[in-house]
Design a protein around this ligand. Structure first.
Ligand SMILES: [Zn+2]
Length: 713
């Protein structure tokens, strides 16, 4: 059985196997513009986790790489142009491997498949000890669409309520490994999110760079927080040029996913007077993400920052419009120039942003005439757009501006077709596939599947991996230019990478079959099934889902009720076996030289599952508090909620870096609901002395509050 992912287009498995070997002997012709030596270098690069495998050892198995042509495909090609650009033919026989590709990108994909076949047989455990083998097969393979992107975070609201977590704290080595793991799934673009303090040096505007930012770090040794100054790892080591060069060698484009007048560096933290002016008397919390575009100095700053990004070597931009679409700057100049000509504040904002976009386009094309410019916009209600409005909007954008967002969720399927028609399928590069990023708002708890939640069907936010997959399938069916899948958090959440890779390539695999294959091909059949069972069975309740937690959190917002108690008790009973299994899987991974690269994911799952157990008790205590009528008993139950809140935070402190509220914008925020829980309970107990300084559960939640009130919007 061959289970490698992305699922190959055409595969004939001869049900046999090559002889056992320890090395591969590579010979090559010229391929595309590559010399045989360059082909060999690419092979060595792609087999980074098999160092030294290409050698003339006596038992080496021969691999010959040669220039391909359209005639190599002995099958009907649905997309001959995709086969030419990114396809390959891999012919593995008893006497050797022949790999052909017409172009460099196809060669990289073919080398990747060869490595994945080797790895799959290795984790299957069928080879004699210390040897490798390959299945004899013929593979004719190519993607259905040109671009399969993922969006990781390089910085995410840094300084705006957050410092960083997971990949935002990585140095070069971790990014190098992640890049290889992306290419293993035939991802060919990374849309690197940079929100907040710039994760690079910016000498013209040093106050906006992620340099020497004060952070309180938990010190377990002494049981106290310590104040330190922290710089982004790329500011400390400047590894971005090397990283971009490595990505380009493997055919991967690196895009800057940044705000279009939104969270652009630390500018609006350092210069609060440059912010947009909200309507008088309004209660919008977020006045800090965008600048007043009538201010020339601010516009110059944004243009200089965008130029800097082009100079750093990025291949393009995903420019996201602020989600604050319900108001626009009310200063005199903005009102005169945009506000008074628009029907809604959202329209005024969009018109102002469009003018900024044209200036950015002119500025950055001076650095790189081919740089890609895409936008992520028009996401606010009404979610169903008037077709005439949509066409006018599309016509107002130059044809070389592409879209990194198109609808999918909360609307009928016909809505996507409207966008494809209005903008043209060549301009659609992404949809609403954010389930991983939704999870990453949850203070490092785990959540992937519908089954990880209580009453998924009642949740206003529907983003789970199952919905991501459906959207990718729909995108390929509509024959658009690209897909983008979010990976804001890597540890514990790696299934999303496989999903974005496989369904972006064009697979139509039934979902359960796909998940089973991820397990089999990555960990072997037995361990793979166990990994998947753990990931499906974890039940996660966010701390904010108790009734007394009244601060809105739109990403997982079902409030727990007494009717949920049986499900919670079931999870309590399942906890010890599940935790034991997570630790057992991790122990197996740690002693396996090939698989230990995955063990960190299970550190994270262990921490999350331990917190889950405490949160179940917290929910049960909070529900008992709601039922209780006697004041003394109610007070004791609040004590218990507070105690469990401390226990939950204690476990988080063992592992995570970014734990304390950040409030330099004037609005405090923290991904850990711990702090807000304490404030809310203080206010319940002391109505005469309330603390009204809310601590939001993540700045990104502010733009989504319409979801809590979906019917009203
Ligand atoms: Zn203004």
């Amino acid at each position: 059985m061959i289970s490698i992912l992305p699922e190959p287009k055409h595969l004939i498995h001869h049900d046999g196997s090559t002889r056992a070997f320890t090395h591969l002997r590579l010979t090559a012709d010229d391929v595309d513009a590559l010399t045989p030596d360059e082909v060999r270098d690419l092979a060595v690069l792609r087999f980074h986790n098999y160092p030294g495998i290409f050698a003339d050892a006596p038992d080496a198995f021969p691999v010959h790489v040669h220039q391909g042509s359209i005639e190599d495909a002995a099958v009907n090609l649905a997309k001959p142009e995709m086969f030419a650009e990114q396809g390959y033919v891999l012919d593995i026989r008893d006497d050797g491997v022949r790999l052909s590709a017409q172009a460099r990108d196809g060669l990289i994909n073919g080398l990747t498949s060869l490595k994945q076949l080797l790895a799959e047989r290795e984790v299957h455990g069928d080879n004699p000890p210390g040897t490798l083998s390959l299945p004899t097969c013929l593979m004719v393979d190519y993607p259905s669409i040109p671009v399969r992107a993922v969006a990781p975070t390089f910085s995410w609201y840094a300084g705006y309520g957050r410092i960083g977590f997971d990949m935002q704290l990585w140095g070069y080595d971790e990014w190098e490994l992640f890049l290889h793991q992306c290419v293993d799934q035939k991802i060919n673009q990374l849309n690197m999110v940079m929100y907040g303090y710039w994760p690079f040096e910016f000498p013209e505007y040093p106050e906006t760079s992620f340099t020497d930012i004060p952070v309180e770090v938990w010190n377990q040794e002494n049981g106290r927080f310590i104040k330190v100054k922290y710089s982004h790892p790329n500011v400390a080591d400047n590894y971005l040029p090397r990283f971009i060069e490595l990505a380009h060698r493997m055919g991967v484009k690196i895009m800057a996913y940044v705000g279009l007048n939104s969270y652009n560096g630390g500018w609006t933290i350092a210069h609060p007077e440059k912010r947009m002016i909200p309507p008088a008397g309004s209660d919008f919390l977020n006045d800090f993400d965008s600048v007043c575009l009538s201010d020339k100095e601010s516009v110059n700053y944004i243009l200089t920052a965008m130029r800097r990004i082009a100079e750093l070597g990025f291949d393009g931009y995903t420019l996201e419009e602020s989600e604050e679409g319900f108001w626009f700057c009310t200063c005199e100049r903005c009102t005169e120039r945009w506000g008074q000509h628009a029907d809604t504040p959202g329209e005024a904002k969009h018109q102002a942003n469009l003018e900024l976009l044209m200036k950015i386009r002119e500025e950055v094309r001076q650095v790189n005439p081919d740089i890609i410019i895409g936008i992520r916009a028009f996401r606010q209600p009404p979610l169903e757009k008037d077709p005439a409005w949509l066409q006018a909007t599309a016509d107002a954008l130059p044809d070389d501006i592409v879209l990194f967002w198109a609808p999918a969720l909360y609307v009928p399927p016909t809505e996507f077709q409207k966008w494809v028609k209005a903008f043209g399928k060549h301009r659609i590069w992404a949809r609403d596939t954010e389930s991983n990023s939704i999870t990453s708002t949850m203070g490092r708890l785990y959540r992937t599947f519908e089954s990880n939640m209580i009453r998924y069907g009642d949740e206003p936010n529907v983003q789970v991996i199952e919905r991501d997959i459906e959207q990718h399938i729909g995108s390929v069916e509509a024959d658009v230019h690209g897909i983008n899948g979010y990976i804001f958090e890597w540890f514990g959440l790696f299934l999303h990478l496989f999903a974005h890779g496989n369904y972006g390539w064009g697979s139509r695999l039934e979902q359960d079959e796909f998940f089973a294959r991820v397990g089999t091909t990555t960990f072997g059949p037995a361990l793979g099934a166990r990994v998947l069972r753990v990931m499906r069975e974890i039940l996660t309740i966010h701390e904010s889902q108790i009734p007394l937690y009244t601060t809105p959190f739109p990403f997982q917002s079902n409030k727990m009720t007494d009717a949920d108690i049986p499900r919670i008790e079931q999870a309590v009973a399942n906890h010890e076996p599940l935790l034991t299994e997570i630790r057992a899987i991790r122990a197996e991974l740690q002693v396996n030289p090939r698989l230990k690269v995955w063990s960190k994911h299970f550190d994270r799952l262990e921490n999350a599952e331990r917190r889950n157990r405490v949160i179940y008790d917290l929910v049960l205590a909070a529900l008992a508090y709601e039922r209780e009528r006697e004041p003394e008993k109610r007070d004791l139950l609040l004590d218990e909620v507070l105690h469990l809140n401390e226990r939950d935070f204690d476990i988080a402190k063992e592992m995570f870096f970014d734990l304390m509220p950040v409030g330099w914008t004037g609005v405090r925020s923290c991904m850990m609901p711990y702090h807000e829980m304490k404030r809310l309970i203080h206010n319940l107990r002391h109505p005469e002395d309330t603390d009204n300084d809310i601590i939001c559960s993540g700045i990104e939640a502010l733009g989504w509050l319409w979801l809590s009130d979906k019917d009203a919007s």
